[in-house]
Write a protein that binds this ligand. Structure first.
Ligand code: SAM
Length: 257
């Protein structure tokens, strides 16, 4: 189990720390299991010596796994969270892949690079660009000829309430999501729709980790706040979006150059 970063100190729990704590047991910050991540990377990386960019990388788990799988791969990650990037640096050091990983703390939309990338990832972070299609437009600018994009986005899997839209944004159903991507000049060459088990495992892991930390630290001044957040978020999931939220990852190639 990775350390939560909160330890036994009585420092206030800020938003970044809450997020890191919630992902203690699920370092991929999206509803995918380890095998799905491995298969998606396999379909996205036809060359072992690829150059990869992750926009909204969080703790750079996707990149760390790709770097571990492919010893000649080079990766760059962009995120606004200094805490997440610091954790990524520490994990990269532990894995011995730090020399092949460059991390940038900045807005993903403003990121520019002298390189083009064989793979551009953006999983669970399309809000950084204002939605799915603006994210693809940004990814296209970073993409080498014949490069691939791996994008992960939510969709509505059933009837959804106004409350769910307010919580998760203005999503489409799965077929419409893919149609919109295709209409923008992209061809899906692989995809993964998160299973009910992956979706449930992710939510239980997040809110369970928060709750466990609170119960394990009864004397911490923020215990009540952390337990309250875990209760609220678990309840929102179960009451508002468990039966209607889906998540898809698409591996995309440009339909024409
Ligand atoms: C749900 S997490 C996904 C992290 C990672 N892609 C993964 O799958 O593990 C969303 C990430 O987007 C980052 N983010 C949000 N807005 C951003 C922005 N404007 N620019 C860069 N990163 C942003 C957050 O800090 C967070 O790490």
């Amino acid at each position: 189990m990775r350390e939560s970063g909160l330890g036994c100190q009585a420092a206030p729990v800020n938003r970044e720390q809450l997020s890191r704590l919630a992902h203690t047991d699920h370092p991929i910050k999206a509803p995918l299991d380890d095998e799905a991540v491995r298969r998606l990377l396999g379909h996205s990386l036809p060359r072992g010596d690829a150059r990869v960019l992750d926009l909204g990388c969080g703790g750079a788990e996707w990149l760390l796994r790709a770097l571990t799988l492919y010893p000649e791969l080079h990766a760059e990650g962009v995120d606004i969270s200094g805490d997440d990037l610091e954790q990524a640096r520490r994990t990269a050091l532990g894995l011995g892949v730090q020399d092949r990983l460059v991390l940038h703390q900045q807005e993903a939309a403003g990121f520019s690079s002298p390189h083009l990338f064989d793979l551009v990832l953006c999983v669970g972070a399309t809000h950084a660009f204002g939605g799915l299609l603006p994210t693809l437009a940004a990814a296209r600018k970073h993409l080498a000829p014949d490069g691939r994009v791996l994008i992960g986005e939510g969709f509505w899997a059933g009837e959804h309430s106004r409350e769910a839209v307010e919580m998760l944004g203005d999503l489409s159903d799965l077929a419409t999501t893919v149609d919109r991507v295709v209409a923008e000049g992209w061809t899906p060459v692989h995809g993964h729709v998160s299973t009910r088990r992956e979706l449930d495992d992710y939510e239980w892991a997040c809110w369970g980790s928060l709750a466990s930390w609170a119960l394990d630290h009864p004397a911490h001044p923020d215990t009540a706040q952390v337990l309250g957040t875990a209760d609220t978020r678990r309840s929102e999931w179960l009451h508002v979006y468990r039966d209607t939220f889906g998540f898809v990852c698409l591996v995309l190639r440009q339909t024409s150059g």
